[in-house]
Design a protein around this ligand. Structure first.
Ligand code: HT7
Ligand code: ZN
Length: 883
């Protein structure tokens, strides 16, 4: 397979002005005709015109209405090359035949539950017709679709519906026109038996936009929340960024077979059903929140991605990092900022940090790829969003908004680069960003050490930073990064001290903001070693460093446990309050893992129990905050901090601490459950979700004790629950412990929900993720369950993905978990390479484990690599994992 490099980017020799597509959808085959107005970039250029094409049957090709002869073009399995096209502007007409019914890759045009739909990002358009399939080719599109009227009564594409009518033989047609130039990855088509929930949004300039969410008729009642989310997102983008929707129609279609979450095609977003459909009985609070975030995310792409797009796929974070940042801010404004920040940082730590420390580590803007699909990663998305957040931290809200305004003013209608975004932020604010651009080019998570010291005589408090970015594949040596570090200092009563001045780099800087004292400041750390000295500090403070997690780094401080307990109790920055508890928990867990490995008895530090008890009993705190603060760091996070990851040790320790906490805080936890039962009606708002979150965490702790009366309590909660959030949490609490109750309740749940495929996926995931010893056999059996289907990505992610997230079973010492995944990947690669390559990533950090596990995992990777007809997707991940 060929590797593609950012440094090799070349402007195209030919641009496309207009593209007129015509689809004749059939049961055996689909005929696609395209008519493109082509113009050469360089006057009189006679370079060949190379079009991408994959799995296409070429029927005919005409230039300026003349059929091309065989000698005028060359066709291979990936390209159609027209050797000497005319100079200036000319028309190109191509007819191809495709077979969507056989397309199991879910890329290009395919069928999902009897309906036609498309997925063109990143490089799927080449599976529809021959084209320059790259985002810097932006053209205006029309799309005519004809199909059988009874099978496909609804025919959708981008833009405005211009014409429709009946044809002979029970067929009908529609004609769509999109007035905005777009890259082909934003093209979409949907055809099928769908109905819509309709609504209207009036923009701030008074335009009426028709909103339609399309699903099969029986699912329509479950689209109310998605419609609410869409209208909220439209309003938010106007209020916060001054961005209005630009067409009179906005469509969303929900499909059950989809490789990712959703796709932002211009005015025709296509969504994985699980991110549209919700009712209180079938969807959890987490589902409701995910729907809000993803509906927002895809809508926000209309400006950040569609109106201004990427020059090439290396720039993916330009649209994805920025749009994730925007959806994070949207969700924060709709709920609790701290809770959202905690969730986002946890995601970064649990998924992106491991990627940054493994063989697939890549910069936010990768330097090369074999298959672009493999770079829709947590690094590009989540770390990319952190990079955008740092601009805001450095510039403040107003400065950031000025930068965004300038970005749109300069680049509307263009395909641009990450430097263009950087330049807009810098120029709009006349800012000095030092070497900030390194965030785009250097992979790896910076490790930042900070040592604090107080000089009582001089009344100064010093913070000494030193930073190091670990080597990553292809980048053995790194330069220091530019880090915005938000800091506050707590006095002995727990209050923020006023910050008067700081000495740094040879000069003393005074803080004042409108003559008001400053209580928090952002230090600009840019060197390998750097010291900041705060003046006029009258007592030894406890520093709160990296408030709000102001930079995506691993921070190591010399704060003592008592400092951390103090921050946990008092920090005005709620994020750092939570963080202090997590640091304490991580230390504690690592120490106990060492004890476990040395076969010492495990003993839980009473101070830790006491700290969590005070949080649990503090009625002034937000309930989700309490729920998050009493939740231990995940097993992956702890394994990540070990020299050699020990899944069994970490699991044993986490289970021990949970049980110990449950036993010591039993009466508080029982009160928590009692006091936080939901009233009948389900409401998706912060206070209700907070109540449910806290109750569910408490119930899970209690059920872990395996006492009969507590199992009964969980069973009672399961039976009386009136919403999925509580019903599923009770089921999960019971399912922690093997036995008859578990088996009965799991069977009951399936019987109740077997008609709802999204709920059945939860049931698959719960069983797959179980820590019950030897669970691989149960998961193997579930592969044969009538509700399971390897062709449906959601089911695969629930069952196989769920299994890989169980440290004890996936990493079972006998290699059974690895063997299971190896077999599945080999099978799945023939059906859907994108999904197969996502799964194979579970092997990528195999070198982190002991020798026995390494041998088993390596053998599976080698087996996968030796498969006949291996996809480029899986090849890239498996080969990089082995190298
Ligand atoms: N921009 C969308 C990306 C996407 C995608 C990429 C590769 C393969 C399938 C895909 N489906 C959607 C989603 C987003 O980030 O908004
Ligand atoms: Zn996106």
């Amino acid at each position: 397979p060929k590797e593609i490099f950012l440094k090799d980017y070349k402007f195209p020799d030919y641009y496309f002005d207009t593209v007129d597509l015509n689809f004749s959808l059939g049961e055996e085959k689909t005929i696609v005709s395209s008519k493109i107005t082509v113009c050469s970039r360089v006057e009189g250029s006679s370079s060949p015109l190379v079009l991408d094409g994959h799995d296409l049957k070429l029927i005919s090709i005409k230039v300026n209405s003349e059929e091309l002869k065989d000698k005028d073009y060359h066709l291979d399995s990936r390209r159609l090359t027209i050797s000497s096209p005319p100079t200036g502007t000319f028309s190109l007409e191509i007819v191809t035949e495709i077979y969507p019914q056989k397309n199991t890759s879910l890329e290009g045009l395919y069928k999902s539950s009897g309906n036609f739909c498309t997925q063109c990002e990143a490089e799927g358009f080449r599976k529809i017709t021959f084209y320059q399939d790259r985002p810097d080719i932006m053209a205006k599109y029309t799309c005519r679709i004809e199909a059988d009227k009874s099978l496909y009564p609804v025919l959708l594409s981008n833009g405005n519906l211009i014409e429709q009518g009946d044809l002979e033989g029970g067929k009908h047609y529609v004609f769509w026109e999109d007035p905005f130039k777009k890259p082909c990855y934003l093209f979409a088509l949907v055809a099928g038996q769908l109905e819509s929930r309709d609504d209207i949004f009036v923009t701030r300039s008074g335009r009426k936009v028709s909103l339609r969410i399309w699903t099969p008729a029986q699912d329509l009642p479950k689209t109310a929340h998605a419609m609410f989310a869409l209208k909220a997102a439209m309003k938010w983008d106007e209020d916060v960024f001054g961005l209005e929707y630009d067409l009179d129609l906005f469509n969303i279609v929900a499909v059950p077979d989809f490789n990712m979450g959703a796709m932002e095609n211009k005015s025709l977003n296509i969504f994985n059903s699980k991110l549209v459909l919700a009712s209180p009985e079938t969807a959890s609070d987490a589902d409701y929140a995910a729907i809000l975030g993803v509906i927002g995310h895809e809508y926000f792409h209309n400006w950040t991605g569609n109106r201004v797009t990427c020059r090439d796929w290396f720039q993916l974070s330009l649209k994805e990092g920025l749009t994730v940042f925007r959806d994070q801010e949207f969700s924060s404004d709709m709920g609790s900022r701290t809770v959202k920040r905690i969730a986002d940082v946890s995601k970064l730590r649990n998924y992106q940090f491991p990627q940054d420390a493994g063989p697939m580590a890549h910069p936010v803007r990768p330097h090369s790829y074999i298959k672009m699909d493999n770079f829709y990663t947590v690094t590009v998305y989540e770390k990319g969003a952190e990079v955008v957040r740092m601009y805001k931290t450095l510039l403040g809200s107003q400065g950031f908004r000025k930068g965004m305004d300038l970005y749109f003013k300069r680049h509307d209608g263009q395909a641009v680069t990450c430097e263009d975004f950087f330049a807009a932020m810098r120029d709009a604010n006349d800012a000095d960003f030092a070497n900030f651009l390194l965030w785009y080019s250097q992979a790896g998570t910076p490790i930042v050490k900070v040592a604090s010291s107080y000089d009582a005589e001089a009344r100064t408090f010093s913070l000494k930073f030193s930073q190091e970015v670990p080597p990553t594949p292809g980048q053995p040596v790194k330069e220091p990064m530019f880090l915005p570090v938000a800091v506050g200092l707590l006095d002995s009563t727990g209050k923020d001290m006023p910050l008067l001045s700081v000495y740094h780099d040879g000069s003393l800087k005074s803080f004042t903001s409108n003559n008001q004292p400053v209580y928090s400041t952002v230090l600009r750390v840019a060197k390998k070693e750097e010291e900041f000295v705060f003046h006029d500090i009258i007592e030894r403070p406890v520093p709160s460093i990296l408030r709000g997690y102001s930079a995506p780094i691993r921070l190591e401080s010399n704060l003592s446990d008592s400092d951390l307990f103090f921050l946990l109790a008092h920090d005005s920055d709620e994020f750092n309050r939570w963080e202090a508890g997590q640091i304490l928990a991580r230390k504690l867990m690592l120490n106990l893992v060492a004890d476990f490995q040395q076969k010492k008895p495990l003993v839980l530090n009473p101070k830790f129990v006491h700290g969590l008890k005070s949080i649990l009993c503090d009625s002034s705190l937000d309930k989700v905050f309490i729920a998050k603060a009493i939740t231990l760091p995940g097993e992956g996070e702890i394994m990540d901090m070990m020299e050699v990851a020990d899944p069994d040790g970490v699991h044993a320790v986490r289970t021990f601490i949970r049980k110990q906490l449950a036993s010591e805080l039993k009466s508080e936890l029982l009160t928590t459950v009692e006091n936080n039962r939901s009233p009948e009606e389900y409401v998706f708002n912060h206070s209700n979700m907070a109540r449910r979150a806290l109750k569910n965490v408490a119930l899970a702790y209690l059920a872990s004790l395996e006492h009969e009366e507590l199992t009964k309590l969980a069973l009672h909660e399961y039976r009386t629950a009136t919403n999925m959030t509580e019903q599923f949490a009770a089921l999960a609490a019971i399912a922690q412990n093997p036995g008859k109750t578990r088996d009965d309740v799991l069977a009951d749940f399936y019987n109740k929900w077997q008609h709802d495929f999204l709920v059945v996926n939860k049931w698959f995931a719960l069983q797959a993720m179980s820590d019950i010893p030897g669970n691989v056999e149960n998961v193997r059996n579930l592969l044969n369950h009538p509700a399971f289907d390897l062709r449906n990505p959601n089911k695969v992610y629930s069952l196989i993905g769920g299994f890989c997230s169980s440290p004890v079973n996936f990493h079972a010492k006998d290699g059974s978990g690895y063997q299971f995944l190896g077999e599945i990947v080999a099978q799945l690669d023939k059906i859907n390479p994108q999904v197969a390559s996502r799964l194979v990533s579970a092997f990528s950090r195999w070198r982190r484990y002991d020798e026995t596990r390494q041998t088993f995992a390596k053998a599976q990777l080698e087996m996968i690599m030796s498969a006949n007809g291996l996809s480029e997707n899986v090849f890239e991940i498996a080969s990089k994992s082995l190298s």
